[in-house]
Design a protein around this ligand. Structure first.
Ligand SMILES: O=C(O)[C@H](O)COP(=O)(O)O
Length: 248
């Protein structure tokens, strides 16, 4: 049996302000840092140690990983960073307040933008300061790999090749792996692992900084998955994520 631990970053500044974030490189809030430290303590209490970690190239996930690894005395752990684990790119919605956007366009339209599988939000203008094409961390990406916006299907298309090339082989080889990423890059990965339908994925929401353990058999078929933390607290946090896109 193989284990894999997935974890969304702790609360970010734009989670606190309820803004669409995507590829904008906002940092954790003090609460987000505390959430990451608490997750680390939980992993330590339950005896988790890792051989390898993966994260995105966005500081909210990187800093969450640093804090978590420090808490389990593994700040030294090898870490692989990839843009492929970045949050789904929210295009022209990035920076907008989710509740205000719902008041302007309706709750249903925001739900479609947040949780549909193949409906993209409006594209980011290439002249926008948020355009990733000028950011040196993406200098190795081809023109068509630089997103102006993404639907979840687009995120799946860039996350899953990385799962197949890097993460899955490590887990399958018996390495204890931790992935610190984002709400929607994790939704993309979980959709693939659990073969969730394009319709049913809409109801999956990921809370911040709650270790989610996946167990696989020796053929890498998922056996079960479970959050390590307080289940009541986790269900409340999941409901809060879902509610972020409502007008009231
Ligand atoms: O990018 C963001 O806005 C959040 O990290 C995820 O947002 P969502 O839960 O609204 O998809």
């Amino acid at each position: 049996m193989h284990k894999l631990v997935l974890m969304r970053h702790g609360q970010s500044q734009w989670n606190l302000e309820n803004r669409f974030t995507g590829w904008v490189d906002v940092d954790l809030t003090e609460q987000g840092r505390q959430e990451a430290a608490k997750a680390g303590e939980l992993l330590k209490e339950q005896g988790y140690q890792f051989d390898l970690a993966f994260t995105s190239v966005l500081r909210r996930a990187i800093h969450t990983l640093w804090i978590t690894l420090d808490a389990i005395d593994q700040a030294w752990l090898p870490v692989r960073k990839s843009w492929r684990l970045n949050e789904r790119h929210y295009g022209a919605l990035q920076g907008l307040n989710k509740a205000e956007t719902a008041r302007k366009y309706g709750d249903q339209q925001v739900l479609i933008w947040r949780r549909s599988y193949d409906v993209r939000p409006g594209a980011l203008d290439r002249e926008s300061p948020m355009w990733p094409g000028k950011d040196p961390r993406y200098s190795s990406l081809s023109e068509d790999e630089i997103p102006a916006c993404e639907c979840l299907k687009d995120t799946v298309a860039r996350v899953i090749p990385y799962w197949e090339s890097d993460i899955r082989p490590a887990v399958s080889a018996g390495k204890r792996v931790l992935v610190a990423a984002h709400g929607n890059s994790l939704r993309a990965l979980i959709k693939h692992i659990d073969q969730i339908s394009d319709e049913n994925i809409a109801s999956l929401n990921i809370p911040t900084a709650q270790p989610l353990v996946y167990e696989f058999d020796d053929d890498m078929k998922p056996i079960r998955h479970y959050y390590l933390g307080n289940q009541e607290e986790i269900q409340k946090a999941i409901a809060a994520v879902a509610a972020q896109g409502r007008s009231h």
